[in-house]
Design a binder for this molecule. Structure first.
Ligand code: BMP
Length: 452
């Protein structure tokens, strides 16, 4: 089987743990929030999860399997399908009519049932569930849990004689996320304080508003983008990944009123013509007040990039307001992008990207020091002086089957403090493109306001 850390990181991409400041049911403020329900929406992950859980267990001990409702129900079902252990279902409330049974399915007194739970905190809810099963004459010896929040639940149940098997602990998860650069030292320290029962000090530092960013922005393109954002109440960049001039112009006409920039991959336009493609596109950009972002992702030595930027059929330097570029060619390779802004590719959104922690740190140093750079493309928070552009945003999908990994606007604004979200298929594949653009614009702006 693949390694458990990689598996966890894939689960994490589904948004199962959020870090910040959350008020729990008990009224306590927690620096993290766990919700494993999204795991059930990805069948491949759910199946692998079932096998990870089964691998930890003495399966011969069990006659039945049961999930604690609701989050663990799909997990228990998947485990049953993978192991052929018969599933029984525990109700949350007894039926008011008919049999009034708490347990549904086929079982006999004296059988031993494996109990499945998604998250264990204090263990209180398990302690309430177990007697309801035992009252039916079924014994429970083992409980398997996906994530232990390490707040005493496991120890409490073990002291009562139950064996508790946990796949991940919150400490383990923090170590993985810190190694991968998703959590800072401060956040990890706060989580440890919380787990040890100490009072947690939440930073009151807020993300800067677009107005504050505008005050400190130095590059003219960064300023222009922020001004448009404030004026249009939008942080949406629509990605026009279409392949004909007509589609591109139609798309720009529909999304124009709602976006701050239109992102192009100009080399996928099959009938490119500077007069028929670029001139009307520039007119639309003026009419609707948006910038043109060419997602060329330059990745060569400075001299070649200079030629690619200004020559060939696309002559990007004639019309793009800003471009994306890898920084793999080093600091000097970015000198050629005079008069446009550069968005440095620091970390990509695709599965298995080679932009690892070390690469991102080095790339960030180049981005921070080069005067042509206005920001970066990343799936992580960036220092305040850079604008963060985050692709891989979709309101309804978690991936595209080709490696793209999606997040919601809430995630990218709250957890990454992004400045601009980039949306492609979420908009251009929608039945009503204009409506979709407006929907994303509103979702992005609300997520930004909530992140302040
Ligand atoms: P979509 O929302 O349809 O997945 O499109 C995302 C767009 O952002 C694509 O044009 C892609 O080339 C670009 N992109 C990305 O998805 N991930 C990155 O890390 C960098 C990108 O530029």
């Amino acid at each position: 089987m693949e390694n458990k850390k990689d598996f966890f990181l894939e689960c994490y991409q589904l948004g199962i743990i959020k870090f910040g400041r959350f008020t729990l049911k008990s009224g306590i403020e927690s620096p993290f929030y766990v919700d494993l329900r999204p795991l059930a929406s990805d069948p491949k992950i759910l199946k692998r999860l079932a096998n990870y859980l089964l691998d930890m267990l003495p399966l011969d001990n069990f006659d039945l399997i049961c999930g604690v409702p609701y989050a663990a129900l799909p997990m228990a079902t998947a485990m049953s399908l993978e192991s052929f252990l018969p599933l029984i279902i525990k109700r949350k409330e007894a039926k008011e009519y008919g049999t009034k049974k708490m347990l549904e399915g086929i079982f006999q007194k004296g059988q031993n049932c494996l109990l499945v739970e998604d998250v264990i905190t204090s263990g209180k809810s398990l302690l309430e569930t177990i007697p309801e099963i035992e009252n039916e004459g079924i014994s429970v010896s083992d409980i398997v849990v996906v994530l232990d929040r390490q707040q005493g639940g496991k120890e409490m149940l073990e002291s009562k004689g139950y064996r508790v098997h946990t796949l991940f602990t919150i400490s383990e998860v923090c170590t993985i996320l810190k190694e991968e650069g998703h959590l800072s030292d401060d956040e990890v320290a706060r989580i440890h304080d919380f787990l040890e029962g100490n009072e947690v000090k939440f930073e009151e530092k807020k993300r800067p508003t677009y107005e504050q960013k505008l005050e400190s922005a130095e590059h003219s393109v960064a300023k222009k983008l922020l001004e448009i954002s404030i004026e249009k109440k939008s942080n949406l960049i629509a990605s026009a990944d279409v392949i004909t001039t007509q589609e591109l112009l139609d798309f720009a006409e529909k999304v124009g009123p709602h976006i701050v920039a239109l992102k192009t991959h100009i080399d996928i336009i099959t009938d490119f013509d500077p007069d028929k493609t670029i001139l009307p596109l520039k007119d639309l950009a003026t009419k609707y007040n948006f910038l043109l972002m060419e997602d060329r992702k330059f990745a060569d030595i400075g001299n070649t990039q200079e030629l690619q930027f200004s020559y060939g059929i696309y002559k990007i330097s004639n019309w793009a307001d800003f471009v994306t570029s890898h920084v793999i060619g080093g600091y000097d390779s970015l000198d050629c992008f005079l008069n446009v802004g550069v968005v440095a590719i620091l970390g990509m959104s695709s599965k298995g990207t080679l932009t690892d922690k070390n690469y991102q740190e080095e790339a960030l140093k180049v981005a921070q020091s080069h005067p042509n750079v206005i920001g970066g493309v990343s799936q992580k928070q960036l220092p305040e002086e850079l604008l963060l552009f985050t692709p891989g945003v979709n309101l309804s999908d978690s991936g595209d089957g080709k490696g793209q990994q999606y997040n919601t606007p809430e995630h990218v604004f709250r957890n990454l403090q992004t400045d601009f979200m980039i949306v492609g298929r979420g908009i251009y594949r929608a039945d009503d493109v204009e409506k979709a653009a407006l929907r994303y614009k509103i979702a992005g702006w609300n997520a930004y306001l909530e992140s302040l």
